[in-house]
Design a protein around this ligand. Structure first.
Ligand SMILES: C[S@@+](CC[C@H](N)C(=O)[O-])C[C@H]1O[C@@H](n2cnc3c(N)ncnc32)[C@H](O)[C@@H]1O
Length: 224
């Protein structure tokens, strides 16, 4: 192999380079210890929230992200928690009810991409905390299957936003060595791919508010 071919090969498969391999082996993902910083940066990137705001948290789990937002903005007027797991949803609703005694806190047992009836045009802030990439991957199938789910999910997310509403998503992206086209097994997306999917769905002003290795916070406006 001549030197030019070798450098092209290394760009394509960087882990074949012994120095790159020693630097990156097991260190590419940010790891769970970075999660508090990741979520905190999402909260810091938010616009000011008040009594007239309606937070819709999709894939709310037990309400961890919504609770951080509620602690930061205790005058928040309305919260809708959307989560397919009924036990988690119940805990999330109880948690948010305690944190925001004066707010209207509602819960909806539903999942993105399941053709459930999500609220339409209602959210001034819609948050998604670690849902799109992990659930797309967990559902299995091919990348085409995953993208089909993601596109339906993003359409539902956009439709849930009010005209002045904004989306904030905390996600974990694919590692740089992730490969595979439509017929290959589903995988997480790279930053450029996820940004392109958001724009394809009708989001505008897609911004990266935070990135550490695979952890990102993206914000966008719904402008179909
Ligand atoms: C990694 S957890 C994140 C939970 C929470 N947002 C947080 O940050 O702690 C992913 C959540 O997505 C939920 N989930 C599973 N399928 C979903 C779907 N189709 N749409 C929305 N959420 C889903 C899971 O039940 C789980 O609670």
């Amino acid at each position: 192999m001549c030197p030019d071919d070798r450098s092209e090969e290394i760009r394509r498969v960087p882990w074949e380079h012994p120095d790159w391999y020693d630097l990156h082996d097991t260190t590419w993902t940010a790891g769970p210890e970075r999660e508090p910083e990741h979520y905190r940066e999402l909260v810091l990137a938010l616009p000011p929230l008040d009594a007239g705001d309606h937070l819709v948290d999709v894939g709310a789990g037990t309400g961890k992200l919504a609770a951080l937002i509620a602690r930061a903005y205790p005058r928040l007027g309305r919260v809708t928690l959307i989560e397919p797991n009924a036990d988690k949803l119940e805990r999330a609703q109880a948690r948010l009810g305690e944190l925001l005694p004066g707010a209207r806190v509602e819960a909806l047992a539903a999942g993105l991409g399941d053709r459930s009836r999500l609220p339409r045009g209602a959210a001034t802030l819609l948050t998604i905390g670690s849902v799109l990439m992990p659930i797309m991957e967990l559902r299995g199938g091919t990348l085409v299957d995953g993208l089909e789910w993601l596109r339906t999910a993003l359409d539902e997310v956009g439709s849930a936003l009010s005209p002045r509403g904004v989306l904030f998503a905390a996600e974990t992206l694919a590692p740089p060595w992730a490969r595979g086209g439509g017929a290959d097994p589903v995988r997480r997306l790279a930053m450029a791919e996820l940004t392109a999917e958001l724009e394809r769905a009708g989001f505008a002003d897609v911004e990266c508010a935070y990135r550490f290795r695979d952890r990102v916070v993206l914000s966008a406006r719904w402008a179909p």
